[in-house]
Design a protein around this ligand. Sequence first.
Ligand code: NDP
Length: 283
Amino acid sequence: MAHNFLSRLTGSFAMPAAENPTVAMVEAAYRHHGLDIRYINCEVPPERLGDAVKGARAMGWIGFNCSIPHKVSVIGHLDGLGESAAVMGAVNCAVRRGDSFIGENTDGKGFLQSLRTVTDPKDKTVVMFGAGGAARAIGVELAFAGAKRIIIVNRSEARGRALVGLLNAKTKIAAELVCRTEAYRLPDEAEIVVNATSIGLYPDIEGRINLDAACLRPGLVVADVITNPPRSPLIRDAEARGCITLDGLGMVVNQGVIGIKYWTGIDADAGVMRRALENLFKA
Ligand code: NDP
């Protein structure tokens, strides 16, 4: 029997890279599906990113993720962009198509895929806290998925305005901004609430977004991007009040599922990938 010792290659370019668990999650899926593919977690400083992408091309990588600080600068090293990555101006997943590397953004798509397990955002009103990179990715994908209206609640007016302006100019969603210091009360028509800020992230794990928790009602969909810890204060408050909750791990896992689909065409098992992450955080 002829052996094939040449694995296909994927990976990640970021700095820092040591704390990124994506490799464990993606390789668990590769093993589960019997795919002879490796995922190499690489620490790449900003001034070496061009060399890293050239290296990936030279070695025939089928794709790679990139994270902080490369999500914007990587665009200059790629051959084209997918639709939502072009609107966001940020890439976290490069996909080889023929001889080209095309930049996609799976941050918001991973969120959407997680959201769709409980609801379809089409024609819905969403309240989203935050206006940074994660919020931008989520806002653009919600708009492309047909959400009707998005109310962005953000601390800094400048960042909030920039995101509202982008969404109103480049998508069909009706976006508006709320910047205030008192606790925000959800309007009755809001059906989905998203925390896309870094509030609740380790080490400030008791941090709460500026939301009047009395508005959390049964049946409301409440999603958080925070993964560490996944049971954030918002998720706990929402569960206690009978909301439907989605934690940040769902978003990460679905980003992995979408990346593997782009690179290989295979629908990876999200349950296997989630368990790989949960086992790491439990240990
Ligand atoms: P950014 O730095 O780009 O944005 C941070 C956002 O949080 C801004 O809107 C900022 O408001 C707000 N914020 C931070 N601290 C406070 C505070 N104390 N009070 C009020 N607002 C605050 O970060 P990202 O968008 O890249 O990431 C946000 C979070 O999303 C991170 O925790 C990250 O880990 C998580 N993430 C999760 C993913 C997943 O797959 N689950 C994927 C990507 C990110 P302001 O504009 O006023 O500064």
